[in-house]
Write a protein that binds this ligand. Sequence first.
Ligand code: TRP
Length: 334
Amino acid sequence: MKKEIVVSGIRSTGYLHLGNYFGAIQNYVKMQDAHECYFFVADYHSLTTHPDPKDLKKNVYRVVAENVASGLDPEKVALYAQSDLPEIPELYLMLNMLAYMGELEKVPTFKDKVRLQPDNVNAGLLTYPVLMAADILIHRAVKVPVGKDQEQHLEMARNFANRFNGRYGTDFFPEPQVYRFNNDTVKIMSLDGNGKMSKSENVNATIYLSDDDDTIRKKIMKAKTDQGPTVPNAEMPDYISNLFLLLQLTASPDITAHYTSAYNNCNIRYGDMKKQLAEDMAAFVKPIREHAAALQQDEQTIKRILKDGAEKARISSRATIEEARKLIGINYYQ
Ligand code: TRP
C-alpha cells in the first residue's frame, strides 16, 4: 500500500526550543516510518523580512542540524531546502492566478504583519499562504502536521487545490488536512508563565536546544513558582503543572512521583524540585546540543543531507509540475 504523503515546513529563523522539540519535531520523528515525509526549511518564506544574506546559510544549516540531532532521519524522510525545488515557485506562480486579493488581505497573519511592520508590507507577505499552498500541493500531500496558528493557511491551501481542480476539470490535487497527534500534543509553557514557550518573546523563559548546561540551570531556577499549595491535592496553577510536565518529560518516573506526592501533601520545596529539574533537563538537552553543534561544523554532511533530500523531493515535485502544466495547457512540444 502506498504510504500517505506528509509535508511540513520549518521556519529558518530563530533557534529551536523545547516547545518545538516536544510539540513538533518529536511528532515528525514518530511519522517518519509510516508515512512518505517531506520536511523542508522554508528559506523562501524567510525572505519576506529581508534577512542579511550572510545569515541565510548559517540559519539553514542550523535548522537541518538541530532537526537531525532531534531524531529526524534523512534516510527516511526527504529533508531539503525549499529553494532547492524550482517547481515550488513555478506552482506558486500558477496558484497566484487563482488567489484573490480580497481573500489574501483578510488573512489574520497578514493583518498582523501589516500592523507590526507597516514599512515592509510586500507582495511576498500578501501571498505567503499561496507559497505555503505550493509547498504542500507540490507533493500532493494529504497530511500537514502544523500548529493551530497555521490552520487558516491550510484552509487556503484546500481552497486553492479545489479551485485548480474546478478550473481544469480534474481531481489532481487532494485536499491537505491538518494533522493532529492523537490530541496529546505536548504544549510547553514559557517558564515565566506567559503563554506558550513557542510564542515566548522572553529568551530567558525559553529553553533552546543550543543552551549550555549552566544557561539551562539558570533559566530553570528562575522559573515562576509561588508559596506552594495550602490544601492537600490542590489543583496546580498552569506554571506549576508546566514544571511537572518538564520533569515528566526528562526525569525518571520515581522523581516525578516523589514531587507529585510532595505537592499533594503540601510539603513541596520548589527550590529542590527546580534543582532536580535543572539537572535532568541539562542532561536531556546535552546530547542534542552536542550532536547539532558537531553537525553544523560538518558542512560536508549537511550539504549531502540537503542534496539527497532535494533529489528525493524533486522526483515528486517534477511529476506534479509536469502534470499541472499539461492540465493548464502548457504542452507545446507534445
Ligand atoms: N508557515 C509555517 C510556519 O510559520 C511554515 C511553513 C511554510 C509550512 N510552508 C509550509 C508548514 C508548508 C507546513 C507546510 O510555521
